[in-house]
Design a protein around this ligand. Structure first.
Ligand code: GDP
Length: 590
C-alpha cells in the first residue's frame, strides 16, 4: 500500500471501493462519512482528490497527490495493457498483481535472482516446490501477489512487443554492483523506455568485495535513471541473489512501483491476454502458458491466440495444480489449442468455435496479404507518415564502430531533431548491427543508422522480414544530409535497377490490336509483364518504358522464362527490328 507513515498517496480521482480498500475500511463506513460531509456517492462512483483527502483525514491519513511514473506522463503514450482495458467501465476496474520481467546484462544475475525470489515463496515451498516450468510464476509478499515472467532477457521482452503484446507491467533491471552498467544494460534500458514500462533497479552481487554501489548509481544517473536516494525517481534496491539478501526489499519496491503505476483490470470483463510460451507435447498436444491481463479465464472457454484456436481444458497454475479459472495477472498452463501459437501472441475468449474459426481465417488471409507490404517506417516514408499524422518523431537506433564517432553523430542528430519533427534516439552503442537491434527497431518503428559498421547476416534477414530500414553510412554529413532531407520531406525514394531477364528479337509481327509485336526468345532470366524494358539496337537505346503486352502463344501471360518464345508489345512504340536486344528490369527500393 502506498501509505508512508500516515501519508496516503491518492490519484486525481478514485472510486469509493478502491479508496476503502486503500485505507482498509468498509466502503459503507466511507459512504457514511462522505454523506456527513454532504457528498452523496455510491460504492462504484469516483470522488476527486480534494473530497477523498477530506474523508481520509477523518481516519487519520494525510492525502498527498500520487506521483505518476514519469515514463507514462512524459511520452503521452500509454502502455499496451492500458489500451487493452480502454473499453472497460472505469468503475469495474480493480487493482491486479503487477507482472514483472527481469532484464540486464549477461551474468549480472537475472536467473539467480529469479530463483532466489521463487525460493522466498513459502506457499510454493509448502506445496513441495515448483513442479513445472511454465514461463511465469507468482509469489506473495505481505499478502499481495506479484507475477514474474521467468524468461529473462530483452530478446523475449522485445519479441513480445514486436508482436504487439506487452506481458510485463514493470521491468526490474539487474545490474551487478561489481561490474556496473554494461552494453546490454543500456540496451535493456532502451527496450524498457521504448515500451514505456516503469523500471526499477536490483543492484545485485552486493556481497562481492569489489562491489561499488556509488559508481553504479552514478552510471545509472547518466542513463537518466536517477536513484531515489539521490533525489531522482528510480528505485535502486541493493540485493544479493547468491546470499538471498534484499529480496524482501525488492518485492516491497515492486509493489510501490505497482501502486504508483496503478495497474488495473476488470476481472469480470472481456478475457484478453498474452501467450507467454507454447510448445507441442507429443502426448498432450499443444501446451501453452497464457497470462490473463483482463477478465477471468475458465476451463471450457473458447480461445483465439494468434492464428491458433480451441476449447481450453486442463488449466493448471505454475505449481502444476489444476484450476478451474484464473483472473487478471495469473499465468496458467492450458491444453486444447489447435496449433502452437507464438510467444507474444495476444489471445482472447470468443463466443463460439465458429467465431474462432472465422477470426483465424481472417487473420491468416491478412497475414498473407501483409507478407509483401509490411508497413514499418523507412526514411523515405517518414515525411508522408508525419503528414498522415502517423508519426510525430523519428525513432532512431544508432550503431557506430567506435565511441569517438558515436558522440558527434548523436549530437548532430539531436541538433536536427530540434525542428518540427523530433528525433528520438532509442539507443546508441558501438558494435555491429545485430538481431536485437532490429527487433527493438521493429517493435518501436525505428530506423537503424549504422556508421562504419555492418549488419549481421541474421540482422539483415530479420530486417527484411520485419520491414526495418537499416541505413549504413561512412561519412557523417551524408547521414545528416539524408536525415535532414527526410525531415523536410525532400528525400526521394532511392531506387535501384535490377535486371531480371534478357531476350532477343527473332521476328516482328503486326497485330491489329497492339500495333507491332516483337517475337522474342528469352535468353536469360525471365520477362515480366509489369516490369520495365529497354530495347537496344547494337549499342543504341531505341526504347525504354513499360511493357505493353506479353503473350506466350495466344495467351496473355505474366511472365516468360528463359528458353521460351513470346510476343512483346511496347506502349506507343512500333519501330522494332529483328536482332534488337531486350532487357527487362524492375526498380527496387534500396
Ligand atoms: P544471468 O546471465 O544474468 O542470468 O546471470 P546468472 O544468474 O546466471 O549469474 C551469473 C553468475 O553470477 C553465476 O555464476 C552466479 O552464481 C553469480 N551470481 C549471481 N548473483 C550473485 C550474487 O548476488 N553474488 C555473487 N557473488 N554472485 C552472484
Amino acid at each position: 500500500m502506498s501509505t508512508n507513515g500516515n501519508k496516503l498517496e491518492l490519484p486525481a480521482s478514485i472510486v469509493i471501493r478502491d479508496l476503502a480498500q486503500k485505507i482498509e475500511k468498509s466502503p459503507i463506513d466511507l459512504i457514511k462519512k462522505l454523506m456527513s460531509n454532504g457528498v452523496m456517492a455510491t460504492i462504484n462512483q469516483a470522488v476527486d482528490f480534494d473530497t477523498a483527502a477530506i474523508v481520509v483525514a477523518e481516519y487519520g491519513f494525510e492525502a498527498i497527490p500520487e506521483v505518476v511514473e514519469e515514463v507514462v506522463v512524459e511520452t503521452g503514450e500509454v502502455p499496451l495493457w492500458r489500451r487493452m482495458i480502454a473499453g472497460e467501465d472505469e468503475s469495474k476496474l480493480s487493482n491486479r498483481p503487477p507482472v514483472v520481467t527481469i532484464l540486464g546484462h549477461v551474468d549480472h544475475g537475472k536467473t539467480s535472482l529469479l530463483d532466489a525470489i521463487r525460493q522466498t515463496d513459502v506457499a510454493a515451498g509448502e506445496a513441495g516446490g515448483i513442479t513445472q516450468h511454465i514461463g511465469a510464476y507468482q509469489v506473495e509478499h505481505n499478502g499481495r501477489v506479484i507475477t514474474f515472467l521467468d524468461t529473462p532477457g530483452h530478446a523475449a521482452f522485445t519479441q513480445m512487443r514486436a508482436r504487439g503484446a506487452q506481458g510485463a507491467d514493470i521491468v526490474v533491471l539487474v545490474v551487478a554492483a561489481d561490474d556496473g552498467v554494461m552494453p546490454q544494460t543500456r540496451e535493456a534500458i532502451a527496450h524498457a523506455k521504448a515500451a514505456r514500462v516503469p523500471m526499477m533497479v536490483a543492484l545485485n552481487k552486493i556481497d562481492k568485495p569489489n562491489a561499488n554501489t556509488d559508481r553504479v548509481k552514478q552510471q545509472l544517473a547518466e542513463q537518466e535513471l536517477v536513484p531515489d536516494d539521490w533525489g531522482g525517481n528510480t528505485m535502486v534496491i541493493p540485493v544479493s541473489a547468491k546470499q538471498k539478501k534484499g529480496i524482501e526489499d525488492l518485492l516491497e519496491g515492486i509493489l510501490l512501483v505497482a501502486d504508483n503505476t496503478s495497474i488495473k483490470a476488470n476481472p469480470g470483463g472481456k478475457v484478453i491476454g498474452t501467450v507467454i510460451e507454447a510448445e507441442l507435447d507429443k502426448s498432450k498436444g499443444v501446451m501453452a502458458t497464457l497470462l490473463i491481463q483482463n477478465g477471468t479465464l475458465e476451463s471450457g472457454d473458447i480461445v483465439v491466440a494468434g492464428t491458433a484456436h480451441g476449447k481450453l481444458r486442463a488449466l493448471s497454475d505454475y505449481k502444476g495444480k489444476p484450476v478451474r479459472k484464473a483472473g487478471p495477472s495469473t499465468p496458467v498452463a492450458v491444453m486444447g489449442l489447435s496449433d502452437v501459437p507464438s510467444a507474444g501472441d495476444l489471445f482472447e475468449v470468443v463466443e463460439s468455435e465458429r467465431e474462432a474459426r472465422l477470426i483465424v481465417a481472417e487473420r491468416q488471409a491478412l497475414a498473407k496479404s501483409q507478407v509483401q507490404a509490411k508497413k514499418k517506417t523507412s526514411l523515405e516514408d517518414l515525411f508522408a507518415n508525419v503528414q498522415a499524422g502517423e508519426a510525430q518523431e523519428l525513432n532512431l537506433i544508432v550503431k557506430a564502430d567506435v565511441q569517438g564517432s558515436l558522440d558527434p553523430i548523436v549530437s548532430e542528430l539531436n541538433k536536427l531533431g530540434e525542428g518540427e519533427i523530433g528525433i528520438k534516439i532509442l539507443y546508441a552503442e558501438t558494435g555491429n548491427i545485430g538481431e536485437n537491434d532490429v527487433m527493438l527497431a521493429s517493435a518501436s518503428n525505428a530506423i537503424i543508422i549504422g556508421f562504419n559498421v555492418q549488419a549481421d547476416v541474421s540482422a539483415r534477414r530479420v530486417a527484411e522480414k520485419e520491414g526495418v530500414d537499416i541505413r549504413l553510412y561512412e561519412i557523417i554529413y551524408r547521414m545528416t544530409e539524408d536525415i535532414e532531407k527526410a525531415l523536410n520531406g525532400m528525400l526521394e525514394p532511392v531506387t535501384k535497377e535490377k535486371v531480371i531477364g534478357r531476350a532477343q528479337v527473332l521476328a516482328v509481327f503486326t497485330a491489329s490490336k497492339f500495333g507491332k509485336v516483337a517475337g522474342c526468345r528469352v535468353t536469360d532470366g525471365e520477362l515480366r509483364r509489369n516490369a520495365r524494358v529497354r530495347l537496344y539496337r547494337g549499342t543504341d537505346l531505341v526504347y525504354e518504358g513499360d511493357m505493353g503486352s506479353l503473350r506466350h502463344e495466344k495467351d496473355d501471360v505474366r511472365e516468360v522464362k528463359q528458353g521460351y518464345e513470346c510476343g512483346v508489345g511496347f506502349k506507343s512504340f512500333n519501330d522494332i527490328q529483328v536482332g534488337d536486344q531486350l532487357i527487362c528490369y524492375v526498380l527496387e527500393k534500396s
